[in-house]
Write a protein that binds this ligand. Structure first.
Ligand code: MN
Ligand code: MN
Length: 298
């Protein structure tokens, strides 16, 4: 459960993270165009977050076409954008207090799919106030996406944002389900509808570039030890990319840490090849009669 009695300073850090993030998201979305490099956009956004006084809460996710989540460029990635559907999912934290947002840039000529997730998010935000059932939020999302003739991705959900924790209770479903969880004033949550031409159930692909610390531990291998020191100190339990590690032979170091269950990976989550996925996400603070969107464009 996300904490509902943060102090003023902690809420201010959430808001500051949101403000930085809104600016970086909008500027990064502007950069996306046919022929532009994925790695250039991801690194630009992560550097810009640091310049503005925040830290990336997780690697910039760049999901293309049937991909929905957990894709980020590798260290020497040479992919460029084509006439595709591109989802940018970006996070910022200030001392572990988080903001999480996503937007679709459509270069594929399927603006109605992008509009479906964007309108679903607007409809979801309309329902939010203290005491709202999370199933009601899901119903609003599903209603809009259904109306467009697409499917919501039902096995990805919105979530609470904890201190140094990107995903905490409550889950915010992307469909109507009776789960009888209500939101409370002061909760910080992310709502993230995904709309797809596919079945609405994503599965794990083969690519894995994002990892997070699972438990403390010790390793003998020097590069693995260097990587673990950096992870524990800098990222703590937040997700990081292979390309963020300073050690030489980072992939080997991560393999060792995974073998010992000290870190776990996040394989890319995707629909079937040939399908498309759009996504829109905002972070909010629940209020008595509505919500404050921390990641709103300024
Ligand atoms: Mn996100
Ligand atoms: Mn999220």
């Amino acid at each position: 459960m996300t904490d509902v009695d943060l102090d003023d300073e902690e809420y201010e850090k959430h808001r500051e993270a949101g403000e930085i993030l809104a600016e970086v998201r909008d500027e990064a979305a502007e950069m996306v165009d046919v022929g532009v490099s994925h790695l250039e956009v991801a690194e630009w956004a992560e550097d810009r977050i640091r310049e503005l006084g925040g830290k990336p809460a997780f690697p910039v996710n760049i999901s293309i076409d049937h991909e929905a989540a957990h894709a980020t460029p590798s260290v020497d990635d040479d992919s460029t954008f084509g006439e595709e559907m591109i989802n940018l999912d970006i996070g910022v934290h200030i001392d572990g207090w988080l903001a999480d947002t996503a937007v679709t840039v459509d270069l594929s000529g399927n603006d109605d799919l992008a509009a479906a997730s964007a309108e679903a998010l607007d409809a979801a935000l309309e329902t939010v106030e203290a005491g709202v059932d999370t199933g009601e939020i899901g119903a609003a999302i599903e209603g809009v996406i259904d109306g467009y003739g697409f499917n919501p991705v039902v096995n990805l959900t919105g979530h609470g944002l904890g201190h140094w924790e990107q995903h905490t209770a409550p889950n915010i479903p992307n469909r109507s389900i009776s789960q009888s969880t209500t939101l409370e004033t002061g909760q910080v949550v992310a709502i993230e509808p995904f709309a797809t031409t596919g079945t609405g159930k994503v599965h794990e692909g083969n690519d894995e570039e994002i990892f997070a610390l699972e438990r403390e531990g010790s390793v003998r291998n020097r590069q693995a030890r260097q990587a673990l020191d950096q992870i524990s100190e800098e990222f703590k339990t937040l997700p990081f990319a292979t390309r963020w590690l300073d050690t030489s032979r980072a992939s080997m170091a991560l393999r060792r840490l995974k073998q010992q269950d000290i870190v776990h990976g996040y394989p890319v989550l995707q629909e079937e090849e040939g399908e498309l996925v759009s996504q829109k996400e905002h972070t909010i603070i629940v209020t008595e009669d509505g919500c404050e969107v921390t990641t709103r464009s300024r």
